[in-house]
Design a protein around this ligand. Structure first.
Ligand code: UD1
Ligand code: MG
Length: 457
């Protein structure tokens, strides 16, 4: 059991953004949310985020997921943790300190570090990494017996210390009481005039307490995001993890580097994801689906055995066995049933389409309730908007809409109604009725000869 304290008050100047760094995203999720979620998955009982720079923008993103402490002035990492001291005092187990800009930290690693900390009986355990180039990082200074003596910041390090390539990841596990006591003893007597959290280790060691280092295996996990290039690198690493998670679960991803799958997306077994597919938000794809090239699916629930090609589906549901595309556009708030066909160049918005209905080509259905087994001819348009208000179109089961029909809403077509091709329907049609709403054809014999006789000469 532990409390996680996440440092997220800094500016992030190098992002060159109006937005504070920690709410920039990787794989569709804010950097700080990744760290909050990793803490929770690792079993954190309490998560406290310390925010400061543009706190009003960070708070709404995380307030449902974490407790919040405000650091009004950024006087250093030690000063940041001091702002959470009440939460630390209330914590039951140890305290894990993480950074809001290191989204790649894995829950398993947090668990391992906490277990290591407990097993060694340390008061403080710093998570370390060995880097080829340690420039910029705090260095881990170890004694002859290998024990951690202190952490020295780049700016305070001697030439000898600068040669050390084991670095401080900025993540730690502390015994809560020891942390509280060491924080109260910090001073800003260093090159940057800041309260360094790193100094707590030397303070605790000076009090005869045990401190140690937990060396991380995968250095990617401690990657901090400071600019957009590092953000894109983290994105690639995270996307690779997400793709491999789905592939391990039995999803085929044909060209993984070309797909974008958001962190919250669920995909069923034996589904195939082709190239250039984007799945975002709370999208859930069933089993045995085929998501063909070029699809974008956002916040939508797709049942089993659905195939989708070159289409966009937003905030909607698609039932089992349905076929979508190519080039269909299912806009928000649609509920498409089972074994439906939504064919090429079909747009549907805010509508219910019941089972086995066929909308094969070039059709717009907006604000409509369509029953079962309805057949739409090519080029049907619901005229749902009069320039001021929107109205609904209701089409009951087993109706047949001829090609090139306009349905001027509000309008109601009863069961098994038939609409003649080329009709503009403005009045309701009762069940079992054929409606024809177009002028009769008039043939004018010898029209061409009379009208264009001069042209022919
Ligand atoms: C810190 C460590 C360094 C370590 C490095 C790892 C200290 C003194 N140094 O250095 O040993 O190698 O992280 O990346 O701790 N923050 C606040 N409030 C503040 C200052 C910082 O919330 O007043 C936050 C930042 O937003 C950031 C984190 O703390 O998320 C680390 O701060 P940063 O300024 O990046 O510390 P470094 O100099 O990189
Ligand atoms: Mg830093």
């Amino acid at each position: 059991m532990f409390t996680s304290v996440i440092l997220a008050a800094g500016m992030g100047t190098r992002m060159k953004s109006e937005m504070p760094k920690v709410i920039h995203k990787v794989c569709g999720k804010e950097l700080v949310k990744w760290v909050i979620d990793a803490s929770k998955k690792a079993g954190a009982e309490d998560v406290v985020a310390i925010i400061g720079h543009k706190a009003e923008m960070v708070k709404p993103v995380i307030e449902n997921d974490a407790k919040i402490a405000i650091q009004a002035e950024q006087l250093g990492t030690g000063h940041a943790v001091m702002q959470a001291v009440d939460f630390i005092k209330a914590s039951k187990g140890c305290v894990v300190v993480l950074n809001g800009d290191t989204p790649l930290i894995r829950p398993e690693t947090i668990v391992e570090a906490v277990d290591y900390h407990a097993a060694t009986g340390n008061s403080a355990t710093v998570i370390t990494a060995v880097l080829d180039d340690a420039t910029g990082y705090g260095r881990i200074v170890r004694g002859d017996d290998g024990s951690v003596l202190k952490i020295v910041e780049q700016k305070d390090a001697s030439d000898e210390e600068k040669k050390i390539n084991e670095i401080n990841s900025g993540m730690y596990v502390f015994d809560a009481e020891s942390l509280v006591s060491a924080l109260s003893k910090l001073t800003p007597n260093n090159a940057q005039g800041e309260y360094y959290l790193t100094d707590t280790l030397e303070i605790l060691r000076g009090e005869g307490k045990k401190i140690g280092g937990f060396a991380i295996k995968d250095n990617d996990e401690i990657r901090g995001i400071n600019n957009r290039i590092q953000q894109s690198e983290a994105e690639a690493i995270m996307q690779d993890r997400i793709n491999k998670y789905h592939m391990t679960n039995g999803v085929t991803i044909i060209n993984p580097s070309s797909v974008f799958i958001g962190a919250e997306v669920e995909i069923g077994q034996d589904t195939v994801i082709a190239s250039n597919v984007t799945l975002t938000g709370r999208t859930k794809i069933g089993r045995n689906c085929s998501v063909e090239m070029g699809c974008r699916i956002e916040n939508s629930v797709i049942a089993d055995n659905v195939d989708i090609l070159n289409s966009v589906i937003l905030d909607s549901e698609v039932g089992e066995g349905t076929h979508v595309g190519p080039f269909a556009y299912i806009r928000p708030n649609c509920k498409v049933g089972s074994d439906v066909k939504v064919g090429d160049f079909v747009e549907i918005k805010n509508s219910v389409i019941d089972d086995r209905t066929k909308i094969s080509h070039l059709t717009y259905i907006g604000d409509s309730d369509v029953g079962k087994n309805v057949n739409f001819g090519c080029g049907t348009v619901t005229c749902n908007y009069d320039g001021k208000d929107k109205f609904r179109t209701i089409i009951e089961d087993d109706s047949f809409i001829g090609c090139n029909t306009n349905l001027v809403s509000p309008v109601h077509l009863g069961q098994r109604s038939y609409i003649a091709a080329g009709s503009t329907i403005t009045d309701d049609v009762t069940e079992d009725t054929l409606a024809i709403a177009r002028a009769r054809q008039v043939n004018k014999p010898e029209w061409d000869k009379n009208k264009y006789s001069s042209r022919k000469s």
